[in-house]
Design a protein around this ligand. Sequence first.
Ligand SMILES: CCCCC/C=C\C/C=C\C/C=C\C/C=C\CCCC(=O)SCCNC(=O)CCNC(=O)[C@H](O)C(C)(C)COP(=O)(O)OP(=O)(O)OC[C@H]1O[C@@H](n2cnc3c(N)ncnc32)[C@H](O)[C@@H]1OP(=O)(O)O
Length: 213
Amino acid sequence: MMPELATSQESDGEARLAALAVLAQQVRDLADAVTLTEVPQAELTAVTAELVALTERLGTARRETPLPPEFGPGGRYRHLGNAVVGDCNPHALPLVVEPDAGGGVRAGLAFRPSHEGPPGFVHGGVSAMVLDHLLGSAVAAAGKAAMTGTLSLRYRRPVPYGAPLVATAAVSRGEGRKTWAEGLIALPDGTALVEATGLFITPSQWVGVETRS
Ligand SMILES: CCCCC/C=C\C/C=C\C/C=C\C/C=C\CCCC(=O)SCCNC(=O)CCNC(=O)[C@H](O)C(C)(C)COP(=O)(O)OP(=O)(O)OC[C@H]1O[C@@H](n2cnc3c(N)ncnc32)[C@H](O)[C@@H]1OP(=O)(O)O
């Protein structure tokens, strides 16, 4: 179950990965363009034909699975294929998670129109995904490799897209293979929008796995 972590020497060249990250960002922009477009039907059909051709070009050399977690340049942990933080995954925001002064983690973020749930606001499941990852990252920053056992959310206010927000998380307690973490998505002034608590469990075969680079 535990992924074998490669080193960057075993992964693709850094220049190619940088080009792939640029492509992934373009696809994110494409997703928003599709979500918001009002061009006429004939133009939609023409664009679709071009996208079919592009999809086929990318598929001529294809991996079985997204890019795995690895220790990249400088020994820094990264997971380029991850759905939340992966620079090379168009589905990812991508979130940049950093240690904060208090021993937890933080990430600045801005959701996009393609994250719409209730009209004009971010889908609650998307907020949950971000908080799942952030709480998991706080657990990893505390030295535990763990998977989400439970995640509980309190949606206090609708989450806007297109606006700068901040997400934070920290471990609240630990007991054997269980680690509890708390976090929130907030406005820059600290106003809480979504609060989360979660229980993360270290599978027995992951006990002792190094999570800090
Ligand atoms: C993902 C990390 C990769 C590590 C890579 C290395 C370095 C990492 C560095 C940085 C990583 C950065 C960030 C990571 C960020 C995000 C993480 C995202 C997390 C996810 O998005 S992850 C996907 C969703 N997640 C799952 O896909 C889990 C599916 N599930 C399972 O894989 C098992 O189910 C598991 C492992 C949860 C437990 O399995 P197990 O066999 O170890 O458990 P076991 O039965 O031994 O129970 C032991 C004690 O936990 C209690 N317990 C068990 N399960 C519970 C539950 N669900 N709720 C409440 N309590 C539970 C029992 O009641 C018992 O309690 P007690 O001891 O008191 O009786």
